[in-house]
Design a protein around this ligand. Structure first.
Ligand code: ADP
Ligand code: 5GP
Length: 202
């Protein structure tokens, strides 16, 4: 069984990461699986425990951290987020690719822990389009929108370790590009293992 790879999908808040991942899973269910992170923020209307996140208190998060359960964690927007090692391993053990929809500091930390991880940055077509999408989603307060807007340039600067950049203008196109990246990365191989498979020896 060919081993799955870890893909990180990041980008400014409201760029459409969640929408792209949901569409990708729907259209190509065998390609990859996403994981559910832990957060200390409150669920937004419509969000459910174990679906968008596992919602935990600061104290519970601290305990999980000291128990070494996280692949990476970040403090962001006054809340904490963390990727569970167990969630990643579960998907990889099924021979599937893992998609981590996380922010850039987390992405860079994943790359340090797992050098073969592939980092994909999603860009909005423009700053105006991004603000429009965040407002349109209607889940953040004016103050939260202001904080997230002020962070956009910093977020771009954090994209240095990213290897792929996909503009989410037309959703269909963006989903196809992310799919192409995952498929192409899966086709990568190295001479030694190809030769070993072919001849049945080193
Ligand atoms: P993120 O997960 O990056 O914070 P979301 O997936 O929640 O962003 O998307 C933010 C908003 O933008 C949502 O209302 C979503 O429907 C909308 N959106 C996503 N992709 C596009 C697109 N290509 N064109 C127009 N609107 C989009
Ligand atoms: P939101 O609060 O809008 O759901 O997420 C805020 C930001 O946190 C998004 O950029 C999202 O991708 C990121 N995020 C979600 N889960 C994790 C995680 O486990 N680790 C890291 N580093 N970022 C995360």
């Amino acid at each position: 069984m060919k081993k799955g790879k870890v893909f990180v999908i990041s980008g400014p808040s409201g760029v459409g990461k969640g929408t792209i991942c949901a569409e990708l899973m729907k259209k190509y269910p065998d390609l990859a699986a996403t994981t559910v992170s832990v957060t200390t923020r409150a669920p937004r209307p419509g969000e459910q425990e174990g679906v968008q996140y596992y919602y935990r208190s600061d104290e519970q998060f601290d305990k999980m951290l000291s128990d070494g359960l996280f692949l990476e964690t970040v403090d962001k927007f006054t809340h904490r987020y963390g990727t569970l090692q167990s969630e990643v391993e579960k998907v990889l053990s099924e021979g599937k690719n893992v998609i981590l929809e996380i922010e850039m500091i987390g992405g860079a930390n994943v790359k340090k822990r797992i050098p073969e991880a592939v980092l994909i940055f999603i860009l909005p077509p423009s700053l105006e389009a991004l603000t429009g999408r965040i407002k349109g989603r209607g889940s953040e307060t004016e103050e939260e929108i202001r904080i997230r807007q002020a962070q956009v340039e910093t977020e771009f600067d954090q994209a240095e370790p990213y290897q792929y950049f996909v503009v989410n203008d037309d959703l269909f196109e963006a989903v196809e590009r992310v799919k192409d990246i995952i498929v192409a990365e899966g086709l990568k191989d190295d001479y030694r293992s190809v030769k070993k498979n072919f001849f049945g020896r080193e």
